[in-house]
Design a protein around this ligand. Structure first.
Ligand code: 5AD
Ligand code: FES
Length: 349
């Protein structure tokens, strides 16, 4: 058992690359039990048992990119495409605000229909209507100038998973017009502009090795993001990776705990993908050190169309039902859902 490594990680919030690799490769159930106990302890020291909620609004299923893993990729002719209007987005926020959400996450495929002007207008209206709520964007790669305009319009946070910190691995998951270099330069821009910034990766994506994961963890430790999103890769039948194996619950939980210990103050969601590979995945994620959940606020009529991967959960329920169910789940994991913006405790720049 790697007890010493785990205690070192807990005490120093770091390990060498070699040690991280060893911890991951040699992991046992006993290791996971201790690691997750320490991670939960660390999270409680920073945030108590509070779990922050973010209302996810999936505003567009159009995407100009062709990532090999994603069901929204442009080559997927079976994908059902939709766009929400500014009014529909605001109406989702209204529903969410009444339910206690104080963060709205606008997430969509890379869809040129939404110009900077249109996004700025949407952000301004949301902030004007709900001045005490945070707006998080998850719109993919844009120019430095575009990120800046959206920030100046009032956006507070930006999620852009780096997907993998190994450039060769990046190349096997993406078409050639996308590069890790550009991804990283976007992340740097976002932080520099002043966004609370989130990166992250999929666990168990095709061709991922322990070495790739160690690079992801090192990048996360060095970059010091405010948020980290990780979830298992789940195949989508209409993509080139449709026959690949999904990432495991067990490794995802193990990595959530490592990330909590590497970055004690990070905001770490128990993702929908985790809830999709196991009925109690999100609860287990919270027990392993996660402190954010992101229930769906999209109109029920479009939920099934935002199909990044197969069998996604929570596509049939109204926002209120989703929240109720999630509240119960968080409670069974020992957490407490709170009405709060849930800002990062990491300094902005
Ligand atoms: N399985 C799991 N996660 C996926 N994502 C995209 N496709 C899949 C999939 N098949 C993740 C990516 C992206 C985020 C919005 O969803 O990491 O950044
Ligand atoms: Fe959405 Fe349970 S969290 S139905």
């Amino acid at each position: 058992m790697e007890k010493e490594l785990i205690e070192k990680l807990y005490l120093t919030a770091n390990l060498t690359d070699k040690e991280l690799g060893r911890l991951i490769e040699n992991r046992t159930n006993e290791d996971f039990a201790l690691l997750s106990e320490r991670a939960r302890q660390r999270c409680n020291e920073e945030y108590g048992n509070k779990v922050y909620m973010r209302g996810l609004i999936e505003f567009s299923s159009y995407c100009k990119n062709d990532c090999l893993y994603c069901g929204l990729r442009r080559s997927n002719k079976n994908a059902q495409r939709y766009r929400l209007s500014a009014e529909e987005i605001i109406s989702c926020c209204e529903t969410g605000y009444k339910l206690g959400f104080r963060t709205f996450v606008l997430q969509g495929g890379e869809d040129a229909f939404y110009s900077d002007d249109l996004f700025c207008e949407i952000i301004r209206s949301v902030k004007k209507k709900f001045p005490d709520a945070a707006v998080t964007l998850s719109l993919g790669e844009r120019s430095h100038n575009s990120f800046k305009r959206l920030f100046e319009a009032g956006a507070d946070r930006y999620l852009l998973r780096h997907e993998t910190a190994d450039s060769e691995h990046y190349g096997r998951l993406h078409p050639k017009e996308l590069s890790l270099e550009n991804r990283m330069s976007c992340l740097k821009s976002l932080k520099e502009i002043g966004y609370q910034t989130g990166c992250g990766f999929m666990v168990g994506s095709p061709y991922q090795t322990t070495d790739c994961i160690v690079k992801d963890l090192r990048f996360i430790k060095d970059f010091q993001p405010h948020m980290v999103g990780i979830g298992p890769f789940i195949p989508h039948k209409d993509t080139p990776f449709g026959e690949e194996k999904a990432g495991t619950l067990e490794l995802t939980l193990f990595l959530l705990s490592i990330i909590r210990l590497l970055l004690p103050k990070v905001l770490l969601p128990a993702t929908t993908a985790l809830g999709t590979i196991s009925p109690t995945g999100r609860e287990q994620g919270i027990k392993a050190g996660a402190n954010v959940v992101m229930p769906n606020l999209s109109p029920v009529g479009v939920r099934k169309k935002y199909a990044i991967y197969d069998n996604k959960i929570c596509t049939g329920e109204e926002a209120a039902e989703c929240l109720e169910c999630l509240g119960r789940r968080v409670k069974t994991a020992g957490g407490e859902l709170v009405v709060d913006r849930g800002d990062s405790k990491i300094p902005i720049k």
